[in-house]
Write a protein that binds this ligand. Structure first.
Ligand SMILES: [Mn+2]
Length: 243
């Protein structure tokens, strides 16, 4: 029996090749896959569960069908879709996981994160994150009319593009101390995250491993977990059956 982890698909009507790859991926999931865990940024943008766009409806339907097949669906918030909430969860059967989630299943243990919280050198981003995750701010935003939220989301995206333009590369990667600290805190030898779009398996010494999921674009990426451990895998985006 297997678990599959994915992140950073950034689904949206702007890239139907990636959406098609996502559909093929769900469709082709082997029989022995018990659960699919999405570590954030499934969507390029999610402005609230009352999103009435056709695209949102189609993806929700895909996820609902997956749950109905008996595959347990778990999802973490990314920086792009942190407004995914209870209604989305109800409509898809997906369980929303906390920002730090200890995966402990069939002898395998790993800490799962989206990854943005590890990029502590990016002080501007962390300040922005604290603002938008502030419960009061969050409450106010959630209760704005959909069109207002659409505008705010566009503003956030443009701001983040502008902010990232002049940032040195290393600032947008994880901070090594943040990684060590969090792995120690949760007593894990394996950390799995996405967000940085730098897919890799890093051996950190002392038997510790950091696995970074890739973003979906030219390629699709996933981590497969079974009794033998974790493996980072990829295929070209046009591939009909990645398994
Ligand atoms: Mn992200």
């Amino acid at each position: 029996m297997k678990s599959i982890f994915i992140s950073d698909l950034h689904l949206g009507p702007h890239d139907l090749d990636v959406y098609q790859a996502f559909r093929n991926f769900l469709h082709a999931l082997p029989e022995d896959v018990e659960e699919l865990l999405i570590l954030g940024d499934l969507f390029e943008a999610w402005i609230g569960d009352d999103d009435i766009s056709d695209f949102a409806a189609v993806v929700k339907n895909d996820l609902y069908n997956l749950s109905r097949r008996g595959i347990s669906l778990k999802i973490q918030h990314g920086n792009r879709d942190f407004l995914l909430g209870k209604r989305f969860s109800r409509e898809t059967g997906a369980k929303i996981l906390p920002d730090y989630f200890l995966y402990d299943h069939r002898g395998q243990k790993a800490l799962l994160m989206h990854g943005d919280l590890l990029c502590t050198d990016d002080v501007l981003y962390q300040r922005f994150r604290r603002k938008v995750h502030n419960p009061l701010y969050n409450f106010v935003v959630r209760n704005l009319p959909l069109t207002r939220r659409q505008k705010i989301a566009d503003k956030w995206r443009n701001q983040s593009k502008d902010m990232n333009k002049n940032k040195p590369e290393n600032i947008m990667d994880v901070n090594a101390t943040a990684v060590t600290d969090v792995m120690q805190k949760y007593s894990v030898e394996t950390l799995i995250h996405g967000h940085t779009h730098r897919p890799a398996v890093h051996q950190l010494g002392n038997d510790r491993t950091r696995i970074v999921l890739g973003d979906w674009g030219e390629k699709i990426w996933w981590v497969s977990a079974d009794i033998n451990g974790f493996a980072l895998l990829s295929q070209p985006v046009g591939c009909k059956n990645p398994f």
